[in-house]
Design a protein around this ligand. Structure first.
Ligand code: GLV
Length: 394
């Protein structure tokens, strides 16, 4: 079945049949009217590429670096909450698939498998994503645990001090671990393989949190829990102490505004991720890809700029790289793969993205991802900074 999946959409259709509705919806939805969620995807389609012919297309290379780390292609698996609810041991399986493919994996604070469990099941360092909660002692310990696990980078999320209005989750009464109301029991009973695999693991709650922070034995509702625990006062001053305590590569995720990008560049962080949290936070904000060129123009010479949001193909990756992204993060594409078929499904998602990236790059007349610039863009609906590199060069 997985072999028949040719696109990320094919994996999504498979995942929908295998993952209980409340968890599939959690991954698949955006905030409020979902206009930003949709724009993230549809704005990619508004960018046109330049087709070039009769150029040598042999010996192509997608290899490059992200935040000083060698990667097989400029793609990373984004930190996503509740990944272990798309499939039993989801974070472990995704980290293993990423490792085998030579791309970074970032573990979410809101993961089901703990930092230590992922560390024990992988060989290479992964990255860790941090949400800052009111309980600073817990956060300090969490940073120390990521350090102790040898994590190669810390991704600090800036755009979720309070949770966006997520209607699907509210209607589904989402919680982790799953509630046992008749509706939820029905959703799980109709996904027997998922249930069976879930019964085979002990990773069924927030592994980084339960047993490590006070007052979190009962995670009855995700939205009320984040309301109580996440720190709404998070500020640029906090970025400074987190950077200091962490002492390694720091990536700031959730920048969509040029002013914020300038402050991020001044903060001493190593990279930023242009992001609107996959359209899950401020509905009505612009798409990530449309924000990217302006931010690259403003700070691209001072800090490494990455992006996430709406990437559903390798061709989208190519467009983001052309507009200046040094790294492109995928969330839903790998989650659909995970729901569709565990580790093999994530591997398939990565392979689909890789093939599409490779073919699209070649048909633009390019052989090395490191030479991609705005020269391969024919038309975009927003101002694109002057060509970085000669437009006609192939
Ligand atoms: C968590 O990061 C979420 O977007 O649900």
């Amino acid at each position: 079945m997985l072999e028949n999946a040719l696109t990320i959409d094919d994996l999504k259709a498979l995942a929908r049949r295998r993952v209980p509705k409340m968890f599939f919806d959690y991954a698949d939805s955006g905030a409020w009217t979902e206009s930003t969620y949709r724009a993230n995807e549809s704005d990619f389609a508004r960018i046109l590429l330049r087709q070039r012919v009769l150029v040598d297309m042999t010996e192509r290379s997608l290899a490059t670096e992200m935040v000083g780390q060698s990667v097989a292609m400029p793609v990373a698996l984004a930190p996503t909450g509740l990944t272990g609810m798309q499939h039993a041991d989801g974070e472990i399986l995704a980290a293993q698939a990423a490792e085998a493919a030579g791309v970074p994996f970032a573990l979410s604070t809101m993961s089901i498998c703990s930092i230590e469990a992922v560390k024990a099941a992988t060989k290479k360092p992964f990255w860790f994503q941090l949400y800052v909660m009111r309980d600073r002692t817990f956060i300090e310990r969490l940073i120390d645990r990521a350090k102790a696990a040898g994590c190669a980078g810390l991704v600090l999320t800036l755009d979720l001090q309070i949770l966006g209005q997520r209607h699907k989750d509210l209607r589904n009464g989402l919680s982790a671990p799953p509630k046992f109301t008749p509706k939820h029991i029905w959703q799980m009973a109709t996904r027997p393989l998922w249930c069976l695999q879930m019964l085979g693991t002990r990773n069924r709650s927030f592994g980084n949190i339960v047993g490590h922070a006070s007052n979190v034995g009962d995670l009855s509702s995700l939205s009320s829990w984040t309301k109580e625990q996440f720190d709404p006062r998070l500020s640029w001053k906090d970025v400074a102490w987190i950077k200091e305590r962490w002492g390694g590569k720091l990536i700031l995720k959730g920048i969509l505004d040029v002013e914020d990008a300038r402050m991020a560049a001044a903060s001493g962080a190593d990279a930023i991720i242009v992001s609107n949290h996959g359209g899950r936070q401020l509905d009505g904000a612009r798409s990530s890809i449309s924000a990217l060129p302006g931010i690259v123009d403003a700070v691209g010479d001072r800090i490494e700029v990455h992006m996430d949001g709406g990437v559903r193909s390798g061709q989208d990756v190519l467009k983001a790289v052309a507009l200046g992204a040094k790294g492109v993060w995928i969330g839903r594409p790998f989650l659909y793969g995970l729901g569709a078929g565990g580790r093999a499904g994530v591997a398939r998602a990565i392979e689909i993205i890789r093939n599409e990236l490779d073919v699209s790059m070649a048909l633009c007349g390019k052989r090395d991802i490191r030479t991609i610039d705005t020269g391969i863009i024919d038309e975009a609906p927003w101002p694109v900074p002057a060509t970085r590199g000669p437009r006609a060069a192939v």
